[in-house]
Design a protein around this ligand. Structure first.
Ligand SMILES: Cc1cc2nc3c(=O)[nH]c(=O)nc-3n(C[C@H](O)[C@H](O)[C@H](O)COP(=O)(O)OP(=O)(O)OC[C@H]3O[C@@H](n4cnc5c(N)ncnc54)[C@H](O)[C@@H]3O)c2cc1C
Length: 442
């Protein structure tokens, strides 16, 4: 009989999992090392802190991140419910006030009668009979726990990921920027700093020559393609930014009706609108250089930075060699590994894998055997893609390429694939997965 669950790490995956299990009457011990030790990327001692962007990405069902969120709503994700309450306007994206988000999650955890929070650095999974352990320690797992994992499973893999700067709204020159969303989709949620060719050239030249913070083991080949530092994108060619994060398409200046040479976008960070983050501006420039280069952008000449961009090493296990399809260690089925540490990239994938592990831990608690999710769902396909990955695992995020499809073009048939994914998930929760939604709360 399973008595309790030890969750190591109160990030996105660990918080979703702890709350879901506790709501189902299961005793959860949540071990979190902050504030005793820092990860280098977290800034607070709160649970479910978003370390970089405040966006949980698109809500559009024709985007795999959007469909994954729709699946998580069918499974009653708690963190997505909180995100809804802390939403800030961001067009088709689900962006949140990060403080509101982590504050609310922390309050739910701290006040839950079935969760006991233990602030400590865990160096190896607790050995307790009749209990389950879940490692949800993320990309910046404490070195002592990494040592333990490396001793058991061999060297962890890694890549580099960077954070975008956040600036104070009151220091933006609103006479030089315009408000608007790409292709008018949204309610005027983004601030746009327009650049003409000369502005762009000056900015590009400064950026490629700016000083960066040196990093041990840094190699461009270990950069995460989807989240490259802006200076690295700039180095790949003069036009790379204009066709990347600074692309002006779909952004007409409301006064002149003109499309500019390049545009830097800023997205609202908090409910009050006092902070904005620069979209796609992950960087490892030194702080002094960040300030100098940002001030070359029209409208940001006097900008003050509230949080500087940083780069961080992102470590993960070879889940395809170590875990089974339920995300349990093959050699130790009472230990699960979820979230970014298991190679699932992004905030929503972390929440999703925490929820998936919770479904099976709840089943074990009820004396039922574990289940997989249909491979026609985005979450089912994502887990399968990581576990069945051939060769050296690269972190995976939701995309339509991982779903089974017989026809010629997945992209042209996204509507069909998404409809099938959502109806498969509905069927799952009414059938094999029914105990998940039909439960007695604590
Ligand atoms: C620099 C950087 C920027 C990123 N930017 C984005 C982004 O913009 N958008 C996006 O979707 N994803 C981003 N990610 C990727 C990823 O989605 C996030 O890191 C996400 O928070 C992962 O969730 P998690 O629950 O797996 O880990 P985390 O949210 O990091 O949670 C892990 C928790 O475990 C704790 N912990 C670690 N070791 C121990 C230990 N030994 N004992 C006790 N507690 C421990 C940590 O303090 C932390 O609270 C970024 C990652 C990094 C490193």
């Amino acid at each position: 009989m399973m008595k309790s669950v030890h969750v190591i790490g109160g990030g996105l995956a660990g918080s979703e999992l702890a709350l879901q299990l506790a709501n189902r009457g299961i005793k959860v011990y949540l071990h979190e090392m902050r504030p005793l030790e820092s990860t280098g990327v977290h800034k607070t001692d709160k649970f479910a802190e978003l370390v970089c962007s405040n966006s949980l990405k698109s809500e559009d069902l024709m985007n795999a991140e959007g469909s994954l969120k729709a699946e998580l709503r069918i499974l009653n994700s708690i963190l997505l419910g909180v995100a809804e309450k802390c939403r800030v306007p961001a067009g088709k994206a689900l962006a949140v006030d990060r403080e509101c988000f982590s504050q609310r999650v922390s309050q739910m955890i701290d006040s839950h009668p079935n969760i006991e929070v233990i602030r400590e650095v865990v160096t190896k999974p607790p050995e307790e009979k009749e209990s389950i352990c879940v490692l949800a320690t993320g990309p910046a797992t404490h070195e002592k726990l990494m040592e333990y994992l490396e001793g058991k499973y061999g060297k962890l893999l890694h890549f580099f990921d960077a954070v975008s700067p956040i600036v104070y709204a009151e220091t933006i020159d609103f006479s030089k920027v315009f408000v608007g969303d790409r292709y008018g989709k949204g309610s005027g949620d983004y601030i746009n700093c327009p650049m003409d060719e000369e502005d762009y050239r000056t900015f590009w030249e400064s950026l490629v020559n700016a000083k960066v913070v040196p990093m041990e083991d840094f190699d461009r080949k270990y950069l995460f393609q989807r989240c490259q530092p802006i200076e690295e994108i700039a180095r790949s060619g003069y036009d790379a930014l204009r066709f990347g994060p600074l692309r002006p398409v779909g952004l007409k200046d409301p006064e002149t009706g003109r499309t500019h040479y390049a545009v830097v976008q800023l997205r609202r960070e908090n409910l009050e609108g006092s902070l904005y983050s620069l979209v796609g501006f992950q960087t490892r420039l030194t702080w002094k250089e960040q300030k100098r280069v940002l001030r070359l952008i029209p409208g940001l000449e006097k900008v003050e930075i509230a949080r500087y961009g940083v780069m961080h090493r992102n470590s993960y296990i070879e889940a395809n060699k170590i875990l089974d399809i339920y995300l349990r260690c093959r050699d130790e089925p009472s230990t699960f590994i979820v979230g970014q540490l298991a190679g699932f990239e992004g905030y929503v994938s972390a929440i999703a894998t925490g929820l998936y592990a919770a479904i099976n831990i709840h089943r074990m608690y009820l004396g039922l055997s574990p289940v997989t999710l249909p491979s026609t769902t985005i979450l089912g396909a994502l887990v399968k893609a990581v576990i069945e990955y051939r060769g050296e695992l690269k972190p995976l995020y939701p995309n339509f390429g991982i779903l089974p499809f017989e026809g010629k073009s997945r992209l042209k048939n996204r509507g069909v694939i998404v409809k099938r994914a959502l109806s498969s998930m509905e069927k799952f929760v009414k059938g094999e997965g029914a105990p998940w939604l039909v439960f007695k709360s604590a």
